[in-house]
Design a protein around this ligand. Structure first.
Ligand SMILES: [Ca+2]
Ligand SMILES: [Ca+2]
Length: 232
């Protein structure tokens, strides 16, 4: 076999290998969730500009802005969303917060960091529902009803940044295909009071990546590498 022919054979073998790899890799990639940060967050109410739902998606208060990050216990809740209007507590059962994922995803789970205002554990969210919408206009449909966030003991004491101990995310199954918006409809706060400055600290979502994206990327980079090798 001439050198040129051997090179061509190797090129073909590489092409077959890359396609085979892509085929094998696809189901594995499709089954592994990736965690995304929503594009925007809005709520039925928030105390003031310093406690808006943006505090749920900007990494504020997280020691590392990843799914394994721990959230602080800011005494003024400046890193959290607090429902209510000025000095008026929110009607918890009619409070909602919703998220635009910034695209359409197959949703797997919600990762929620509980409200963690130092020495005010009664403000922590207890029961809520999870709803989804396929776009920015269609109504929401229910995917999880009366789920419950665990309460964390918050300590009086000084504010630590990062908090010691910070609180981890809690995971909620919210499996649904083709989702752009997710809404949490609140039911109760841990204080049990129907009027409460209820809130949350941070929210991310676990989604199924586009199944073809990884394969296309793999084939693309494989072809590019082969073209370079072929030229050389
Ligand atoms: Ca936050
Ligand atoms: Ca409700």
């Amino acid at each position: 076999m001439s050198r040129q022919l051997a090179g061509l054979a190797a090129w073909k073998l590489n092409a077959v290998l890359v396609v085979a790899l892509a085929t094998v890799a696809m189901p594995r990639i499709a089954n592994a969730g990736i965690v995304i940060t929503p594009l925007s967050a809005t709520a039925s109410s928030f105390q003031d500009a310093g406690h808006s739902p943006t505090n749920l998606i900007n990494g504020s208060g997280l020691d590392v802005n990843t799914p394994s990050g721990l959230h602080d216990n800011h005494p003024g809740a400046a890193t959290m969303w607090t429902a209510g209007t000025g000095g008026l507590a929110a009607d918890v059962d009619n409070t909602w917060v919703e998220f635009d994922l910034g695209g359409v995803y197959d949703l797997m789970n919600a990762r929620i960091w509980q409200y963690n205002q130092n020495s005010l554990p009664g403000r922590q969210l207890r029961q809520f529902d999870i709803l989804v919408s396929p776009n920015l206009v269609d109504p929401f449909t229910l995917v999880a009803s009366n789920v419950e966030l665990s309460q964390f003991a918050t300590t009086p004491g000084p504010f630590d940044a990062p908090a010691t101990p910070g609180i981890p995310a809690q995971l909620f199954a919210a499996g649904s295909l083709g989702v752009q918006r997710v809404r949490f409809e609140l039911d109760t706060a841990w204080s049990g009071s129907p009027g409460e400055f209820v809130g949350l600290s941070e929210v991310k979502f676990e989604v199924v990546p586009e199944p073809t994206a990884g394969a296309v990327l793999l084939i693309g980079s494989g072809l590019l590498a082969m073209r370079r090798r072929h030229r050389g």
